[in-house]
Design a protein around this ligand. Structure first.
Ligand code: NAP
Length: 312
């Protein structure tokens, strides 16, 4: 028998679509795999995975006939891809379909931080607008200097949007891209020195851990703002918190954190930080497209067709 296992928390619509397509077994976390009986585990050949709990080689070893891990999300840093490859397991993700939403949220974070949208909204709602008058002046974003850390699929969408805000575009990537009018920096410190707003769009994982280091944060300086929509791991969070608390950085707009959702409470005390609960791709439309792509990859695997969006 060739069965599908589904791991993670899915919307009702995705759960229903997975159920009707594959009649799968549903679990919430990789830790639950060990609780299945050996016969069931041996029948599983495809795994639909969602979430940030680590899926490592030991979990894969519990599924001896697994051939595919279809991730819901473009970022697959929770999956040990090297361990999967070593076991002959293919991995797929859901790139491109979420670029617009994540880029939109990055711009929203930048504007919300600069224009103090949340505090200004509170000012109106609490009656202070009426009793005390105009909200205080805040900070212009359009026309500023933006630095994109990681000009990949999402980074490029962010840069395109910020170019429409008449911003000067600088970027870091591992090699220079064909980007007329934009300035390439081979070194993130040089990038940070050149800009006011630093937007992080790197992949997660061990290779980019604390890529936005204390040195990068210092180079951005006290007028600098960091927006992160990538992963909490890509920024040195302790250095970020210190700089924000000590006024060595003007502010931040963050969708991603270490230890989500139990994030460091020091963030809650900072009025210069806009916090979002990791919802970059979280629209009805985009989550539906991600679900569809995940299922299409499983269909392709089951039919022996080429995978649509392979990672390994
Ligand atoms: P992508 O196209 O692969 O771009 C990733 C960028 O990271 C590229 O610029 C790449 O550099 C750079 N990079 C990769 N490995 C690196 C390394 N070892 N050192 C330095 N830079 C490195 O990925 P994407 O589709 O834009 O997605 C980016 C990330 O966004 C995802 O991996 C995910 O973690 C995150 N994300 C977050 C949300 C959210 O809800 N907040 C939603 C979707 C995605 P090169 O250009 O030189 O290759």
């Amino acid at each position: 028998m060739s069965a599908t296992l589904v791991i993670g928390r899915y919307s009702e619509a995705d759960r229903a679509a997975l159920a009707s397509a594959f009649d799968p077994l549903f679990l919430t976390s990789p830790a639950d795999i060990a609780g299945l009986d050996a016969g069931l585990r041996a029948g599983i050949t495809a795994l639909a995975f969602k979430g940030h709990a680590p899926l490592d080689g030991a979990a894969m070893d519990l599924l001896p006939n697994l051939g595919l891990i279809a991730n819901f999300g473009v970022g697959y840093d929770a999956i040990d891809v090297a361990a999967a490859s070593a076991r002959g397991i293919r991995v797929t993700n859901t790139p491109e379909v979420l670029n617009d939403d994540v880029a939109d949220l990055a711009v929203a974070l930048l504007l919300a931080q600069g224009r103090e949208l949340i505090a200004a909204s509170d000012w109106a709602r609490s009656g202070r607008w009426k009793s005390e008058g105009e909200y205080r002046l805040n900070r212009k974003v359009s026309g500023g200097r933006a630095g994109i850390v990681g000009l990949g699929r999402i980074g490029r969408e962010i840069a395109d949007r910020l170019a429409a805000f008449k911003m000067e575009i600088h970027y870091f990537a591992r090699s220079e891209k064909d980007t007329p009018g934009w300035t390439f920096h081979a070194d993130p410190v040089s990038l940070a020195r050149a800009v006011d707003f630093l937007i992080v769009a790197l992949v997660g994982g061990a290779e980019t851990e604390r890529f936005v280091s204390a040195e990068v944060i210092a180079a951005l300086g006290p007028r600098g703002v960091i927006v992160n929509i990538s992963r909490g791991t890509t920024v040195d969070e302790a250095a970020l918190l210190d700089a924000l608390e000590q006024g060595r950085l003007a502010g931040a707009g963050l969708d991603v954190f270490l230890n989500e959702p139990g994030i460091d409470p020091r963030f809650y005390a900072l009025s210069n930080v806009v916090i979002q609960p990791h919802q970059g791709s979280g629209t009805v439309e985009t989550r539906a497209a991600m679900g569809r792509l995940q299922r299409d990859n499983i269909d392709a695997f089951r039919a022996g067709r080429p995978l649509l969006t392979p990672v390994n």
